[in-house]
Write a protein that binds this ligand. Structure first.
Ligand SMILES: [Zn+2]
Ligand SMILES: [Zn+2]
Length: 131
């Protein structure tokens, strides 16, 4: 059976394969718009996501997705349009701010490392005055 879905942008039914839920026509259109948006941002780094959404006739959540996927990158965080999924701090691109990314990386460290490190360091670093 074909996997038929509704295009996120124009509402047309289409045969879904992989990637974003867009019909072929919209997929082509959005790829083109992505290039235009990147050009715009280069010309005018002050543009916000809502301004771009209006100028290019694309829904804001759709553009936000591109930011999460790092297909659009702001050099500086834009108010509250794109925020870190963990701490809600404004960010320029991706899903998490640098701080939370670091926290997540530590959280994902192999279990062995986490188990051994505190033990060994606890014995060596006895004085707190070092900090
Ligand atoms: Zn479509
Ligand atoms: Zn964060």
């Amino acid at each position: 059976m074909d996997d038929v879905r509704v295009c996120e942008l124009c509402g047309t039914l289409f045969k879904y394969s992989i990637g974003p839920e867009l019909c072929k026509e919209c997929l082509g259109k959005t790829e083109k718009k992505l290039h235009e948006i990147r050009d715009d941002m280069e010309r005018d780094p002050g543009l916000t996501l809502s301004q771009l959404s209006e100028a290019h006739d694309l829904p804001l959540p759709f553009l936000k997705n591109w930011v999460y996927e790092e297909r659009i990158k702001f050099s500086e965080p834009k108010s509250s349009e794109v925020v870190c999924k963990a701490c809600k701090k404004p960010i320029g691109c991706g899903k998490y701010c640098e701080d939370c990314k670091t926290d997540l990386l530590i959280g994902f460290a192999p279990a062995e490392e986490k188990r051994e490190m505190p033990d060994m360091k606890g014995k060596i670093r006895r004085s707190r005055n070092r900090w």
